[in-house]
Ligand binder design. Structure first.
Ligand code: PMP
Length: 360
């Protein structure tokens, strides 16, 4: 067996221990004589898997009791529409902060359902977070939406925006959830596609404060109605059972690692090592303002872009894969999610130094 260091932005690397456990339980989950994939979602076995996953997630994120945890489908993209449908009326104003390609998509979708006020726009090329003092917020917004980590630009908020109690804070945490502790009580709603720090694609998480439920506008598809989903324990229809199960294994793995405090320290150290290597070199560059650099997605360019293809090919030879930057921006991008060990970062940094020595 040959495992590579996979720097994909998502679907992304999963912990080896989790994959091994899933393999060992594949044909016969805990004496049931069947795979989790083959189980009824309403049977005792799967209901226990689902409940354990939720309990472990609540423990990891210290989710307050007045929040519902939903295990949904449609990725983060379905939530781009579901959020305005559930939290705003057609005539409401909703505030969005535009810091990159993903907040832009969220804004585009929200515009179909509500009046969007772009409270701040970092502008392209996305490389910083506009200072909060400069945000033009609406006095009576139904919510304020932002994207704590922009997966493509590698731009991350290292603070939680202030909101007053009347304006719920909504965050797309797709590429940074579970990377460090988070004060969930500061948010009205957080959501994330699973395929980076949670588990396999096909699952999306929504964590929502209970008082925000039950306000969905008329015409909201039942499947996108958070209150209907909460009422049925995310089993209004058949949920993505296998993805939910693997996410549960990831949550248990995170608890064994020491929880989010330990992951935060490790993730910070991993990112620091890579940024240091980039900053120490005149061959590599990262365009993002230092205070807004992502711990999870590190884009970088080569001083000689004609070498991009050679870099990718030689990295692959060295067992370092999926380092291509997003097709919209080019260059390189290394994603350092929870399951990427420090050894992967060490191997990448070693390769980068060696490549520079040969080609600079
Ligand atoms: N938001 C962010 C920050 C993302 O990184 C992504 C996926 N890369 C999405 C939304 C879209 O997620 P999905 O593909 O699960 O709809």
């Amino acid at each position: 067996m040959m495992r590579v260091f996979n720097f994909s932005a998502g679907p992304a690397v999963l912990p080896l221990e989790v994959l091994e456990q899933a393999r060992d339980e594949m044909l016969d989950w805990h004496g049931t004589g069947m795979s989790v994939m083959e189980m009824s979602h309403r049977g005792k076995a799967f209901v226990s898997i689902a409940a354990q996953a939720e309990a472990d997630l609540r423990e990891l994120l210290q989710v307050p009791a007045n929040y519902k945890v939903l295990f949904l489908q449609g990725g983060a993209t379905a939530q781009f529409a579901a959020i305005p449908m559930n939290l705003a009326g057609p005539d409401s104003v909703v505030d969005y902060v535009h810091t990159g390609a993903w907040s832009k998509k969220a804004i585009g979708e929200a515009k179909r359902y509500a009046n969007v006020n772009v409270a701040a726009n970092a502008g392209e090329p996305y490389a910083s977070i506009p200072a909060q003092e400069s945000w033009q917020r609406s006095p009576n917004a139904a919510y304020l939406h932002y994207t704590p980590n922009e997966t493509i630009g590698g731009v991350e908020f290292h603070f939680i925006p202030d909101t007053n109690a009347e304006v719920p804070l909504v965050a797309d945490l797709s590429s940074t959830i579970l990377s460090r502790p988070l004060d969930v009580s500061k948010f009205g709603l957080i959501y994330a596609g699973a395929q980076k720090n949670i588990g396999p694609a096909g699952l999306a998480l929504v964590i929502v404060r209970e008082d925000l439920l039950g306000r969905a506008r008329a015409g909201t598809p039942t499947i996108l109605d958070f209150a209907a989903m909460a009422k049925d324990g995310s089993m209004l229809n058949t949920p993505p059972t296998y993805a939910w199960y693997v996410a549960g294994l990831v949550f248990q793995w995170l608890r064994r690692q020491g929880g989010l405090e330990a992951m935060g320290k490790r993730n910070q150290a991993k990112a620091a090592k890579l940024y240091e290597a980039i900053d120490d070199s005149s061959f590599y560059a990262n365009p993002v303002a230092k205070g807004a650099r992502s711990w999870m997605n590190v884009p970088f360019t080569l001083a000689r872009p004609e070498l991009d293809k050679t870099f990718i090919a030689e990295a692959r030879e060295a067992g370092l894969v999926t380092l291509e930057g997003h097709r919209s921006v080019g260059g390189m991008r290394a994603s350092l999610y929870n399951a990427m060990p420090m050894e992967g970062v060490d191997a990448l940094v070693g390769f980068m130094r060696e490549f520079e020595r040969r080609h600079a």
